[in-house]
Design a binder for this molecule. Structure first.
Ligand SMILES: [Zn+2]
Ligand SMILES: [Zn+2]
Length: 71
């Protein structure tokens, strides 16, 4: 999966979750609110809105992630 990266100087684009359509939070503290990106398309999701809900973000970061639109 892709992790959200904060490039210095660049403005973080407002992204919406591909599942619930709520705004993604770039500096979320709760793992479930953190953002993960599909490996195939450009969509982003809350961790809690994916099949990885309930897992630790650091754990999910090591896995491949295809969103429900791509798998
Ligand atoms: Zn969501
Ligand atoms: Zn996808």
């Amino acid at each position: 999966m892709r992790k959200s990266n904060h490039t210095e100087g660049g403005e973080v684009q407002k992204q919406k979750c591909g599942v619930c359509a709520d705004d993604l939070i770039s500096d979320a503290e709760e793992d479930g609110d953190k953002n993960i990106g599909c490996d195939l398309c450009t969509k982003w999701f809350h961790l809690k809105c994916t099949e990885f809900a309930g897992l630790l973000y650091d754990e999910v970061a090591t896995k491949a992630f295809l969103c429900s639109f791509c798998e």
